[in-house]
Design a protein around this ligand. Sequence first.
Ligand code: UD1
Length: 422
Amino acid sequence: MDSIVVTGGAPLQGQIPIAGAKNACLTLMPATLLSEEPLTLTNAPRLSDIKTMTLLLQSLGAEVSALADGKVLAMSSHGLSSTTADYDIVRKMRASNLVLGPLLAREGHAIVSLPGGCAIGARPMDIHITALEALGAEIELKDGYLHAVARGGLKGARVPLRFASVGATENTLMAATLAKGTTIIENAAREPEIVDLVICLRRMGAQIEGEGTSTITIQGVDRLGGATHQVVTDRIELGTYMLAPVIAGGEVECLGGRMELVGAFAAKLDAAGIDVAETERGLKVRSRGDRPRAVGVVTEPFPGFPTDLQAQMMAMLCTADGVSVLEEKIFENRFMHAPELMRMGARIDVAGGTATVTGVSQLKGAPVMATDLRASVSLILAGLGASGETVVNRVYHLDRGYEHVEEKLRGVGARIERVAGK
Ligand code: UD1
């Protein structure tokens, strides 16, 4: 497996282009299953998770072609050959479960493997199941697979979610577009990726109101058409690169960045004393020159502070002035980067879902191990500000969510290399 070698201490200067959002693309792609007509996505990120979703859709009989060096995905699902999402694909990527709602809506039945746990938590699917049952699906668990049937088709209903799950909101939304009558999703997730999905579904002919709020109303239609849609900017990649100059020093403009995508995160940077400026082309972050102030962070559903930026924020707070408390409220086991950061000299105390970080003046390079996607990138960020060399091993998670990370950071002056694994 490849490693990434970072030599700390080089201040950053320049621009980093931010890609289309992985998490938006992973829900927009299964939307193709809802229509016989082509769906084309532009601004798609070049990531291994997108290739996994491509393989899954192809295994169902959809045509998916990556054009323009992978930035355009041309998809068509005029005829489907299967309604089974196999364990071999689903276990690699939990977002594979997003084919469940569209398959049920289009074909009236689907068999989708349960994803199983992953490094950051158990991640059950009960909210998806309860929601689709409210729309009239019968769902049974057999041999690790969810067998779902909608006898006589899905019917619109009131669907209260016990938690504002992103994936459950997306599955329910897509299913409801072709259900008979009106569906009202209550306590819906409000993430920008859901707003992006609704914009695309509306272009395909769906009738939806209330995206970005906790109540989404969908009026079912008989069929959906084709569309071309530009994937929204990746707010997690954006937040990650916004932290790079804070840790390494210097100034970076993140091209395509918009404040409304990272409001709660930018507010924490402001509280830490870091300047974030809106420019014509994106967001510019400048290091203060001295240590940022310690800040408290609680992860929450959007518009709160995103769990997907918690590891990167922790990497920054390791060298902040004072004691920071980070509370992880979304996933039960998402501090696996903490012991790795401690190998670099960080002072972190983890108790349950709370991590207390006492800032030190500088981290020291060390060999470290990446255990999940956001943990991997947090170690790279930490390495940018550390003395000496940091070797991040097992970086395959990184390629799931960050395209060309070494090129992007090298482009602003970081000393970073990928070393091919044996
Ligand atoms: C999505 C994102 C992921 C992000 C997460 C939270 C994608 C592809 N992934 O994941 O990057 O970290 O949102 O912002 O968009 N839960 C249940 N039962 C369910 C569903 C969820 O208990 O049926 C729990 C999960 O275990 C977790 C919490 O709810 O603790 C949040 O999960 P959810 O919002 O569903 O996240 P995902 O859609 O899986």
